[in-house]
Ligand binder design. Structure first.
Ligand code: MF3
Ligand code: CO
Ligand code: CO
Length: 267
């Protein structure tokens, strides 16, 4: 398989699936506070996707080759958990930072987005890491236009993260998305500008940098899914699904409650 170019009709369906994924994050925002369990957040999002939006939660029973089926409907990655945190009995406590990652399927098309949330007041370091990671995602998005190289995205993300003394996770990356959850290309969050395939209008992929406060090394927990920093340092992630347009990009997973882009993004 190669990188698919979506037709105008397919792009319209992606717009809907992606906006709905963003709206799940809008919906869950007031529930993310100390005392809630990650399992409760999963249940709330599951029921909203299924009963209110008429979506299928893509993670539930997702089993890419070599993996056992993912047992829940969203990913909840707390503090030193990098990604794919499996919801359960864990209670959020004041000062925790958590990434909620939502992937909807609507009418056969996937929308994938994640945000960071603070339970109570975060530490100065957690806030800084979260903000710099948000800037990393948007710096990557700002590189997107027909004719740019895929490697341009990773290069700006790596430069910004490392300029702040943070590290970029290498084992997981952004991805093409559409009728399938994960398609070509792999969108690395590090690398060299001017390398990789050229972007073409109609490509759709995610940009979802995972940035660690400490070293970049990872470990996977015994549940087979939850990815953590080996040194137990904090990790942050943000994700949008992005369409390549002839002149730039369209962020498909924006919704009414999405935080505004950083000031360096021109409207
Ligand atoms: N949503 C994740 C991503 O951004 C993938 C989660 S796979 C799961 O690619 F099975 F853990 F849900
Ligand atoms: Co993704
Ligand atoms: Co995701």
């Amino acid at each position: 398989m190669s990188i698919t170019i979506k037709t105008p009709e397919q792009i319209e369906k992606m717009r809907l699936a992606c906006r709905l994924a963003g709206e799940v994050l809008d919906f869950i925002t007031p529930f993310v506070k100390p005392g809630v369990t990650t399992g409760e957040l999963d249940k709330l999002c599951h029921d909203y996707m299924v009963d209110v939006q008429g979506c299928i939660p893509a993670p539930l029973n997702y089993a890419p080759n070599g993996h056992k089926p993912y047992p829940k409907s969203i990913c909840t990655s707390v503090n030193h958990q990098i990604c794919h945190g499996v919801p359960g009995e864990k209670v959020l406590k004041p000062g925790d930072v958590v990434n909620l990652d939502i992937t909807t399927i609507k009418d056969g098309w996937h929308g994938d987005t994640s945000r960071m949330f603070y339970a109570g007041e975060p530490s100065i370091q957690a806030r800084r890491l979260t903000e710099v990671t948000y800037e990393c995602m948007w710096k990557g998005i700002a590189e997107v236009r027909a004719g740019a190289h895929l490697g341009d995205i990773g290069a700006v993300i790596q430069r910004h993260a490392e300029a702040h003394g943070f590290s970029v996770v290498r084992e997981f990356c952004g991805h093409g998305i559409g009728a399938r959850f994960h398609e070509e290309p792999q969108v690395l969050h590090y690398g060299k500008a001017g390398t990789g395939p050229r972007l073409e209008a109609g490509m759709i992929f995610t940009i979802e940098p995972m940035i660690n406060a400490g070293k970049r090394d990872i470990r996977v927990l015994g549940d087979g899914w939850t990815v953590v920093t080996k040194d137990h340092s904090l990790s942050a992630q943000w994700e949008h699904t992005v369409l390549v347009t002839p002149t730039g990009y369209e962020v498909l997973t924006l919704s009414a409650g999405a935080p505004p882009p950083p000031a360096f993004i021109q409207a």
